[in-house]
Ligand binder design. Sequence first.
Ligand code: CA
Length: 447
Amino acid sequence: MRYQVIAAVLAMIGSAVQAQTVDETTRPVSRSGADSEVSRSAVSLVSVTAPRNSLRPALRPAVTAKPEMLVPAAAQSGFQDWIKGFRTRALRKGISDTVFDRAFNGVQYDADVIRRDRNQSEFTKTIWDYLDSAASDARVNNGKAALRKHGALLDRIEAQYGVDKDIVVAIWGLESAYGTFRGSNPVIGSLATLAYDARRSDFFEEQLIQALKILQSGDVTLPNFKGSWAGAMGHTQFIPTSYQSLAVDFDGDGKRDIWSDDPADALASTANYLAKNGWIKGAPWGVEVRIPQGFDYTLANRDIKRMPSEWARIGVVDLEGKAVPDHGSASVLLPAGAKGAAFLIFKNFDVIETYNTADAYVIGVGHLSDRITGAGPIRSDWPREDRALTFDERIEMQRLLTAKGFNTKKIDGKIGPLTINAVRMFQTSIGDIPDGYASLNILKKLR
Ligand code: CA
């Protein structure tokens, strides 16, 4: 298990590794739990769940009951049988027997991958803890250094794809700490284990088929075919399907190589990904704003979009008290409710969201990109006395809300638009500010 150390660092749970010269990779908790029905493309990990209005880093999707872990010995023999059946399906999809047999030579069921998959729902971070790490001094400084070191390359990528280089670098910084932690798990073994496992077998079998096609194409050699425990690969952690549709050969050597030390192909692929999803060059992802006294908090809703000048008329202005420039229509986002920072968010927020739907991730990428180009930290306070709710507490909150007549429709531990709406209704009923923030305090009041 020599990859365990790095794998531990890669584990998204915020792995608070205090590295001296590199910062740890930071991801919102839920990335790897992709549920196909909620997946919105997500490059890097398997989807994230986060409903559009989530006020928090997303939780791992729809795990209403935790599947039992298989006993490793039984799993191992069942796994070997599964490979035989899968081989037939893979060959039918165009994988050659030579490629398949070489790729699966010695592949074992990896209980560690399943353990990581199961553990994700248990943890979540508050957005301020997440952002402290996402835009730590180390990550900001390393981002500035990366911008300088790869300046010529990044300028060419920016010119070709029309995507601001600082956003590409910020994604690189969050996904792999600028290439430092690209993942050392064998892609085939990890994806095969996840495909065999019952929780999301269809999704991962498709990833595995695409992984075999990548191998068959010659873009990567088997020894270099490494990634995270969930099969996210290279500098910016593409999953195989995203790689297949959006990775590019930027340096012109005939291979789309996102794995090697040279980040050219990976960074260009990331720019291509953002471009194809509608990036608007030179436009902001979001701007920190001030919310006026007496603000109608029901307006803080992703579905309510207005021009910044209109927001300014009701007192939503930048921190200097001026109207935010009109970069297009925007909505008000309060990732930690009325007591935390507020943002006007624009189209480019939605574009980053296609990479990972958790609000914390999108703000993390956007804010890191601002910081590495010289902007200061987020200035508003966060409700740092709050802690994140556990999975069980989120379930309890949904049950209590529903029992009191504020129907959350689902009891799944995911704080999505329906739960936020139920929280708002509960807050209104007790005379609280209806910011929809599903905090511990709300849970206590429900109890
Ligand atoms: Ca290349």
